[in-house]
Design a protein around this ligand. Structure first.
Ligand SMILES: [Zn+2]
Ligand SMILES: [Zn+2]
Length: 201
């Protein structure tokens, strides 16, 4: 795991940059904690009990930073921009204002997939392949071939046209959209702001 000294140095650097980019007069104390159960690089948990900013915590995934230690500054900036915009009472999801501030402070817009397994499915008609991060729980069909079958008046969703799992493979990092802001009102997470991550193609 990253040393406390590195975490301390990088968080100061990230918070200073975000404070300057957003023009905040002061920066509150934002604790950073490791969360082994986190399934993404990091997240900001923002307490807004009465609709206004009260406090925030940034959580980081030890597994993620064991693989991508070089992403630390960029992810800290990313999470700190969510917090800074909440302090300013501005929208703090991944909108245009967020992206501009995040990039200006040297942050990363996206984290990466942890290396892992992908499930490769093949269309029995066109032999095209589709990859997914998780096994499909029910049958899926190739969109192009389903459209063609429908246009031809055939049963587009017949069982023998469904995608077939042909193999699994190991994949390295890929860009992924995160759902990494949690708003809390009185200790309970009530919603996450960001759109769900696009399914693995
Ligand atoms: Zn097809
Ligand atoms: Zn985010």
């Amino acid at each position: 795991m990253l040393s406390p000294a590195i975490l301390d140095r990088e968080s100061r650097r990230a918070f200073d940059a975000v404070k300057a980019v957003l023009g905040l007069p002061r920066w509150p104390r934002i604790p950073i904690r490791w969360n082994r159960r986190l399934r993404r690089a990091g997240r900001a948990i923002i307490e807004m009990p009465a609709g206004g900013f009260q406090s925030a915590v940034i959580e980081l995934s030890p597994a993620y930073f064991a693989v991508y230690p070089g992403d630390l500054y960029g992810i800290l900036v990313h999470e700190a921009v969510h917090v800074g915009l909440a302090i300013l009472d501005e929208p703090f999801g991944h909108d245009e204002g967020f992206r501009r501030a995040c990039l200006a402070a040297g942050g990363l817009l996206h984290s990466r997939w942890l290396p892992g397994r992908v499930y490769v499915y093949r269309c029995p008609l066109c032999e095209g392949e589709v990859e997914r991060r998780r096994p499909a729980s029910e049958s899926r069909w190739c969109a192009d071939c389903a459209d063609e079958a429908e246009a031809a008046g055939a049963d587009a969703y017949a069982a023998d046209r469904a995608l077939v799992l042909v193999r699994t493979e190991f994949r390295g990092p890929e860009a992924v959209d995160d759902k990494d802001v949690t708003i809390q009102t009185g200790g309970e997470a009530v919603c996450t702001l960001d759109p769900p991550s696009p399914d693995a193609r």
